[in-house]
Design a protein around this ligand. Structure first.
Ligand code: 6PG
Length: 476
């Protein structure tokens, strides 16, 4: 046995991870269900380093040094279970199975427990950065036992992206923690993408600007606080011209956004935990709305807009307003995502270091952005920050843009431009900072029709009012 790490499942992500390991000097065992794909990896990329190809799973396992480290990079769900079932009888105590796909964290919790019963470590890890990241340095979010991280961690840190020399890989927490954090990363990714799309729509409709002009605006934004991978690629996309029609590429793409499920999982879990992640939820529903074809057909032309033609007077001021509103909404989305991580960490006993998560998201991943440095610093100031949005840096940065944010959301409503993520983020901001919420009335209504009781502002205890009787109050 000579290989230090193995990869089974050599579709594009697995292939690129294997190449990344090889380029970092590791001897990499490679295996795929179809032998031809394994052969082509070695034929095409043998120059990357040392690969040990195997046709059968048994040979593949035998080619690995102990404790064996096997990265499974196949489709989430059934295919992952099938590969694990094939691997387990071939492995020995202390070996480590790494699931680097986008698994749903409850599956990871289950698999970790199953493998532990066999004396094996199971590491469910988030890997972000797409194909390019897998090859040149992704952000890596490994869960599982701490013990497994002592041997596996250094290798993963080695192949991860680096920001100022710091690896974008850190131990996340036990069992499902790594995949959970990756799931929330994807939820934030959905929110970020939707917010950028809304900014684009506002500029397009408010200014009548062309796609490429908006691409130029985004490119300019990318040199400031908004600097991020997603803004950068959005600028690129908007400036791209379709070769066939000569039109802006974005105009020939059907306006239906699909998803593979990680955003939906994020929202489902937030509902279970009772964490308001409104930006992510709106972004997920915005994709669903875009795909609601019969509903959209029924509504188009039938629902009156009663909106005036939009006539922005000061172009530069409007662009700046949209930029500030985007930044503020983005802070809300991240703040909500970090809240969800904190709630899950408490619920599932994961003890996740949120500062470390911000640090490993600074590079390699899809949501990488300059502003992740500000989040890292906020958690350095206070590791137990109750609300990211309330950190002193963000109160300043967001406070600076609130007036603009209100103008943008108001103008969007006035002019009939849908901005679910911008608007709900502002509503969250105003809700979370409110002295009093109308939740008092909701609770009173619950007591009225269901005797659900209430608490009082002026003394402890649980109370109920006899609404149908003399309206006297009784302590419960
Ligand atoms: C990443 C991405 C990656 C993938 C998303 C796409 O971090 O590298 O998040 O995992 O591109 O899963 O998700 P949807 O298909 O749901 O948009």
């Amino acid at each position: 046995a000579t290989a230090q790490i193995g990869v089974t499942g050599l579709a594009v992500m697995g292939r690129n991870l294997a190449r990344n390991f090889a380029r970092h000097g590791y001897t990499v065992a490679v295996h795929n269900r179809s032998w031809a794909r394994t052969q082509s990896l070695v034929a095409d990329h043998g120059a990357d380093g040392t690969f040990v190809p195997s046709e059968s799973m048994a040979e593949f396992v035998a080619s690995l040094e102990r404790p064996r480290k096997v990265v499974v990079m196949v489709k989430a769900g059934g295919p992952t279970d099938a590969v694990i079932a094939e691997l387990v009888p071939l492995l020995e105590e202390g070996d480590i199975v790494i699931d680097a796909g986008n698994a749903h964290f409850p599956d990871t919790i289950r698999r970790e427990a199953e493998l532990k019963a066999h004396g094996l470590h199971f590491v469910g890890t988030g890997v972000s950065g797409g194909e390019e990241g897998a090859l040149n340095g992704p952000s890596i979010m490994p869960g599982g036992s701490r013990e497994s991280y002592t041997t596996l961690g250094p290798i993963l840190e080695d192949i991860s992206a680096k920001v100022d020399g710091v690896p974008c890989c850190a131990y996340v927490g036990p069992n499902g923690a790594g995949h959970f954090v990756k799931m929330v990363h994807n939820g934030i990714e959905y929110a970020d993408m939707q917010l950028i799309a809304e900014a684009y729509d506002l500029l397009r409709q408010g200014l009548g600007a062309s796609a490429s002009e908006i691409g130029d605006i985004f490119a300019e934004w990318n040199s400031g606080d908004l600097e991020s991978f997603l803004i950068e690629i959005s600028a690129d996309v908007l400036r791209h011209v379709d070769a066939e029609t000569g039109q802006a590429f974005v105009d020939v793409v059907l306006d239906r956004a699909e998803q593979k499920g990680t955003g939906r999982w994020t929202v489902q879990n937030a509902l279970d935990l009772g964490v308001p992640i409104t930006g992510i939820a709106e972004a997920t529903f915005a994709r669903a709305l875009s795909g609601s074809v019969p509903q959209r057909e029924a509504a188009r032309g039938a629902l009156p807009a009663h909106a005036a033609a939009w006539d922005v007077q000061d172009r530069d001021a409007f662009v700046e307003d949209v930029r500030l509103a985007l930044y503020a909404s983005k802070v809300v989305a991240y703040s909500q995502g970090f809240d969800q991580i904190a709630a899950a960490s408490a619920e599932y006993d994961w003890d996740i270091d949120r500062g470390a998560m911000a640090r490993i998201w600074r590079g390699g991943c899809i949501i990488r952005a300059r502003f992740l440095n500000r989040i890292t610093e906020a958690y350095e100031r206070d590791a137990n920050l109750p609300l990211l949005l309330a950190d002193e840096y963000f109160t300043g940065a967001v406070g600076n843009g609130v007036a603009a944010w209100r103008r943008v959301v108001a103008a969007a409503a006035q002019n009939g431009v849908p901005t679910p993520a911008f608007s709900s983020s502002l509503a969250y901001y105003d809700g979370v900072r409110a002295d009093r919420l109308p939740a008092a009335l909701v609770q009173a209504q619950r007591d009225f029709f269901g005797a659900h009781t209430y608490h009082r502002v002026d003394r402890d205890g649980t109370f109920h009012t006899e609404w149908t009787g003399d309206r006297s109050e009784t302590a419960q």
